[in-house]
Design a protein around this ligand. Structure first.
Ligand code: ADP
Ligand code: ASP
Ligand code: MG
Length: 463
């Protein structure tokens, strides 16, 4: 009798990012990790190899200047096929299609967002073919799928497309049968999908995390594992601070805030599907598979941690809007946000007083219409080159966090231009100038984490 019934699902989703599949050696290593977890009936999601997405974008830029060049991409994939001892036929066919696309770009001297998505889709389409063929070769029966062939449908917001709800049912229809009969290991492209008209779309940079979370949710997986090159979610960006430690567990809410406010480790929208169905997510290190990584769950037991992590989001724009009318005029904020709504500009952080509002925008380009409309009701000052530093943690202790943070900022003569505590209750954010951001993060990290007994114990025992 088959006891592998729904609701008692043992299936996991394992997503491997670009650095985990950067070359043949890394792919062999990933195949070993998959092999060790075959009992858990993994569904594999994979990103483009190494820096392929960046290289594809660079190839388009070069093509616009009349010099198409895909040598690096070709060499990487052909060499991988050779080193892994697999046929390069399918890779060759795709490389051929890619070459033709670049010739087209040279001719028309233009890359629309739609063409850009078609172009960068080649990275993931290539990598699934390589990994799947290698799994097959070492005796793990495997098939690859381009995500649109298992039902990933999005809107037509090219380069940052939104997943349509029907995707979940489609995936279950296509892959759900593996839960009863795990007859092969599917290897699925991260990052890409199609819109209703059949155009290839992408989910935004880093979007393979989202692909994994959508598949995990659709199949009600036991766990979604995102395998990276770090021991999980770290206390801050390891490219800025050397002495970070990995977090044992964070809540969905904390992970989502971290991602949204700049921690590159997760795609900003990737937590939402898993959060809705309460599917646990784990961030793991393919370079250090024994490390438990970071578990992301709905609710954490009461913790004594003051702060979980510090994130940094550079290059944002601060808009100060001061009402030209008298104090006490009602409807001012409503008018301001109505303008942002009509201009379809989304706002990250907000701080208000009765007559003024300061807010931050991700993208500071093309704001002349916005400025014009706002100036009908207010004085407007738009300042570029700012950074949001977010303190993510136990905001029940917000006074203690603020007190400590302000001390650090004062001691380092850093001028804070706005402070905001999100309604989410896990995030205190403040704005500083871009060129003060790194020193600020280093000093805050030192003060909140380094030197504490707990920190020494944990960072000493990880890699
Ligand atoms: P992949 O594409 O392989 O899935 P990414 O490169 O997108 O992985 O994300 C992992 C990288 O994110 C790490 O190598 C690290 O440099 C960066 N990073 C930034 N902030 C953090 C953080 N708080 N915790 C962990 N990694 C972080
Ligand atoms: N390859 C894509 C990127 O580089 C998607 C991903 O890696 O998740 O952004
Ligand atoms: Mg990524």
């Amino acid at each position: 009798m088959n006891l592998n019934i729904r609701g008692n699902n043992k299936m996991i989703v394992m997503k491997f990012g670009g650095s985990s599949v950067a070359n043949a050696e890394r792919i062999k290593h990933v195949a070993e990790i998959i092999k060790m977890n075959l009992d858990e009936e993994p569904v594999i999601v994979v990103s483009a190899m190494g820096k392929t997405t960046d290289n594809l974008l660079a190839a388009a830029d070069a093509a616009l200047k009349g010099k198409p060049n895909i040598d690096a991409i070709k060499e990487l994939h052909f060499q991988a096929c050779k080193d892994l001892g697999i046929s390069k036929k399918e890779v060759e066919d795709l490389i051929q299609e890619l070459s033709q696309l670049l010739v087209g770009i040279v001719l028309i001297k233009e890359v629309s967002l739609r063409t850009k998505d078609y172009l960068i889709s080649f990275g993931e389409r290539l990598s699934v073919r390589v990994l799947s063929a290698y799994l097959d070769k070492i005796g793990i029966s495997s098939k690859y799928h381009d995500a649109f062939d298992i039902g990933f449908i999005t809107d037509s917001n090219f380069t940052n497309a939104g997943i349509l709800d029907e995707t979940y049912k489609n995936i279950d229809n296509k892959l759900g049968k593996l839960k009863d009969n795990y007859s092969y290991t599917p290897v699925i492209t991260g990052f890409i999908a199609k819109d209703k008209d059949g155009n290839i779309t992408t989910l935004g940079r880093g979007g393979s995390d989202l692909t994994a979370s959508v598949i995990g949710t659709a199949l009600e997986a036991k766990e979604v594992q995102v395998w990276k090159d770090v021991d999980g979610i770290l206390t801050t960006d390891p490219r800025i601070v050397e002495n970070t430690k990995s977090l044992e567990a964070v809540s969905f809410e904390e992970a989502a805030e971290l991602a949204y406010f700049g921690a590159k480790v997760l795609h900003p929208r990737s937590m939402l599907p898993a959060m809705k169905k309460n599917i646990p997510v784990r961030v793991k290190n393919s370079y250090n598979p024994k490390h438990p990584g970071t578990k992301i769950v709905a609710k954490l037991e009461d913790e004594d941690t003051l702060l979980k992590a510090i994130t940094i989001k550079k290059n944002i724009t601060l808009v100060d809007i001061v009402s030209t009318r008298m104090l006490g005029q009602y409807g001012f904020l409503a008018k301001v946000f109505d303008i942002f709504n009509k201009e379809r500009i989304s706002v990250d952080m907000v701080a208000t007083s009765e007559v003024s509002v300061s807010l931050t925008l991700d993208n500071g380009n093309g704001l002349s219409d916005l400025r014009e409309k706002l100036e009908e009701i207010a004085n407007v000052n738009i300042k570029k080159g700012k950074t949001i530093i977010s303190l993510i943690g136990n905001v029940h202790h917000s006074s203690e966090i603020l007190n400590k943070a302000c001390g650090v900022l004062k001691n380092n003569n850093i001028n804070v231009q706005m402070i905001s505590q999100g309604a989410s209750k896990v995030n205190i954010g403040f704005i500083v100038d871009d060129d003060e951001a790194e020193i600020c993060v280093k000093e805050l990290h030192k003060s909140f984490f380094e030197g504490t007994e707990k920190f020494k114990k944990i960072s000493g025992s990880s890699s």
